[in-house]
Design a binder for this molecule. Structure first.
Ligand code: MN
Length: 244
């Protein structure tokens, strides 16, 4: 019988300018998430850590996940952040992005997104962004008011229009996919995509077969290219494996 084997790697770095790494990631079999915390220090770090801790409950071994579980987990994480902001005035307004890929009980993969971290698919030497940013510049691009290339340098490119930690609770984008052999998923914070072009990212994913090496190489290149933000990367590879 032939099944899909799953290999993955991850890496994160504070970068060259920030004093704290406010990104958090979670990479476990079937559950791959990146959160990029926002707000005054140390609130951003708290926000991303709380969100990831809440979503980690999805990894309980016996759990059979469906889309409803994901939506509930996102809303619980959102409530945790709101509570934290009420409890500690210094953390008021804390927030985080949350993006990732989660395997469901029916074998489909859910691509989940709130904010401007991203999921890409890489297959056949083609890099394709699967998530749509919840950001001010994306709204301008969608409205035809801004060229996508100009969005990379727009002064408001850091303004996120949907995040965790807000009222009313955010609705995550969720897209379902059947996994295909030979494809890779890249889950990353904007510290990667603001430093490296699609072509540079694709070149690393094509050259590095080992997902841990690919993740480390992507982070190293983003830091070398400027490292102006925290940078976090998860690489997931799906391959055919023979079992007997
Ligand atoms: Mn960031």
């Amino acid at each position: 019988m032939t099944v899909l084997s799953l290999r993955y790697g991850c890496s994160t770095d504070v970068g060259r300018l920030r004093s704290q790494n406010q990104d958090r990631l979670l990479a476990r079999d079937g559950l791959f998430l990146v959160a990029d915390g926002m707000g005054g220090q140390p609130a951003g770090e708290v926000a991303s850590a709380l969100a990831i801790a809440e979503l980690a409950s999805l990894a309980e071994p016996a759990r059979e996940l469906d889309v409803t579980d994901l939506i509930e987990a996102v809303q619980q994480a959102n409530a945790r952040l709101l509570d934290e902001g009420q409890r500690d005035p210094e953390r008021y307004g804390l927030g985080t992005t949350l993006t990732g890929v989660i395997r469901l009980a029916d074998g489909q993969w859910a691509i989940l997104n709130v904010g401007d971290s991203r999921v890409y698919r890489f297959a056949g030497d083609r890099l394709e962004q699967l998530t749509t940013d919840h950001s001010a510049v994306q709204q301008l691009v969608d409205a035809g008011l801004l060229d996508p290339r100009a969005a990379l340098h727009h002064p408001r490119r850091n303004v996120v229009t949907r995040s965790l930690g807000i009222q009313p609770p955010p609705v995550p984008d969720i897209e379902l996919r059947r996994p295909e052999p030979g494809e890779q998923f890249l889950i990353c914070s904007d510290g990667l995509t603001n430093e490296l072009s699609d072509a540079e990212i694709a070149a690393v994913l094509a050259a590095r077969v080992d997902p841990q090496e690919a993740a480390e190489e992507l982070v190293a290149q983003a830091v070398a290219a400027g490292g102006r933000d925290n940078v976090s990367v998860i690489v997931v590879r799906l391959d055919l494996a023979d079992t007997n």
